[in-house]
Design a protein around this ligand. Structure first.
Ligand code: NAD
Ligand code: 0WE
Length: 266
C-alpha cells in the first residue's frame, strides 16, 4: 500500500472526493482542464459526452485516468439521459461530491446576426442547453451529495455586459448566473455550494469559428490588467479551489478568472 508510506503520500485537496464532469469534447475543452486538475488533486471522476459523435474522442482522453473510468452518454436536453447519468454515478460511487457544468450551445446563426433577430426557437434552445440544464443536473446530483457538495458552472462576461455577437448566449449566461444564485439558496441547507467561473476567452472548439475571436484574444491581452489571456490550467486551479474546503463559505458567486478584464471601465 504505497499511500501508507509517508515518503510517497501526496496529499490532494480533493482526496476521496467523487466528481461528474459534463462538457468534455476534446483536449482543449475547459472541462478537460478542470477535470485534469480535479484528478491531480485526488478526485475520482466520471465523464459524460454529448453524443455518439464524441464517444471515441472523449473515450480516448478519459482512458488516461484508467480503464474503469465511468463514461456515460448525456444530451442535456434529455431528462432520460440525465436520470441515467445519476443512476450510474450512484451505483459506481455511492455518493457524489463535485459536479462540473461546462456546456453551452446556441444555433450558429444567432451568434452571427443581430440579437434583435433572435428567433423563438434559437432563444429556447440556447436557454435549454446552456441554462436550464444546470437546474436539471443540480436536481439529479443533490440526492447523491450526502456529505454536501460543490457544483461549478462556466460562464462568460457577456452575461453582464454587451459583447457584440455573443447575443442570445449572453442572455442564457445571465439565466445561468441567476440560476446559480437560486440553486445556492435552495441547496445551501444540504451543504451543497453552487458557483460560476466566468472565464476570459479561451481558444476551444466552442470559440473557434467565432468571427473575430483572435482579435478578441488580442483585445484582452492589450486591456486586461495582467496584459495576457487566461490559461486553461489556471481555470483548472480555480476549479480545484471552488471544489475544496477552502471555498466552504463561498456559494452563489460568479468568480471572474479573466486576468482582471472585468474590472476595467475603459
Ligand atoms: P467546448 O466546445 O470544448 O465545450 C462545450 C461543450 O458543450 C462540448 O463538450 C459539447 O459537447 C457540450 N454540449 C453542447 N450541447 C450539448 C448538449 N445538448 N448536451 C450535452 N453537452 C452539450 O468549449 P468550451 O469553450 O470548453 O466551453 C465550455 C463552457 O465554457 C461553456 O459553458 C462555455 O460557454 C464556457 N466558456 C467558454 C469560454 C471560451 O472562450 N472558450 C469563455 C467563458 C466561458
Ligand atoms: O460561451 C461561449 C461560446 C459558446 C457557443 C459556441 C458556439 C459555436 C458553434 C455556443 N454555441 C455555439 N454554437 C455553434 O454553432 N464563449 C464564451 C466563447 C465565445 O463565443 C462568442 C464570444 C466568445 C468569447 C461569440 C461571440 C462573441 C464572443
Amino acid at each position: 500500500m504505497e499511500e501508507l508510506n509517508p515518503a510517497n503520500a501526496v496529499m490532494g485537496l480533493l482526496d476521496g472526493k467523487t466528481a461528474v464532469v459534463f462538457g468534455v469534447a476534446n483536449k482543449r475543452s475547459i472541462a478537460w482542464a478542470i477535470a485534469k486538475a480535479w484528478h491531480d488533486a485526488g478526485a475520482k471522476l466520471a465523464f459524460t459526452y454529448q453524443g455518439e459523435r464524441l464517444k471515441d474522442k472523449v473515450g480516448d482522453l478519459v482512458q488516461t485516468f484508467g480503464e474503469d473510468t465511468l463514461l456515460i452518454p448525456c444530451d442535456v436536453t434529455s431528462d432520460e439521459d440525465i436520470d441515467n447519468v445519476f443512476k450510474q454515478v450512484g451505483e459506481k460511487f455511492g455518493k457524489l461530491d463535485l459536479l462540473l457544468h461546462s456546456v453551452a450551445f446556441a444555433p450558429k446563426e444567432s451568434l452571427e446576426g443581430e440579437f434583435v433577430d433572435t428567433t423563438r426557437e434559437a432563444f429556447a434552445t440556447a436557454h435549454d442547453i446552456s441554462a436550464y440544464s444546470l437546474v436539471a443536473l443540480a436536481r439529479g446530483a443533490a440526492p447523491l451529495m450526502t456529505d454536501g457538495g460543490s457544483i461549478v458552472a462556466m460562464s462568460y462576461y457577456g452575461a453582464a455586459k454587451v459583447i457584440p455577437h455573443y447575443n442570445v448566449m449572453g442572455v442564457a449566461k445571465a439565466a445561468l448566473e441567476a440560476s446559480t444564485r437560486y440553486l445556492a439558496y435552495n441547496l445551501g441547507e444540504k451543504k451543497i455550494r453552487v458557483n460560476c467561473i466566468s472565464a476570459g476567452p479561451v481558444n476551444t472548439l466552442a470559440a473557434r469559428g467565432i468571427a473575430g475571436f483572435s482579435d478578441m484574444l488580442k483585445h484582452y491581452e492589450a486591456h486586461a490588467p495582467l496584459k495576457r489571456n487566461v490559461l486553461p490550467d489556471e481555470l483548472g486551479q480555480t476549479g480545484v479551489f471552488l471544489a475544496s474546503d477552502g471555498a466552504a463559505a463561498i456559494t452563489g458567486q460568479v468568480m471572474y478568472v479573466d486576468c482582471g478584464y472585468e474590472v476595467m471601465g475603459m
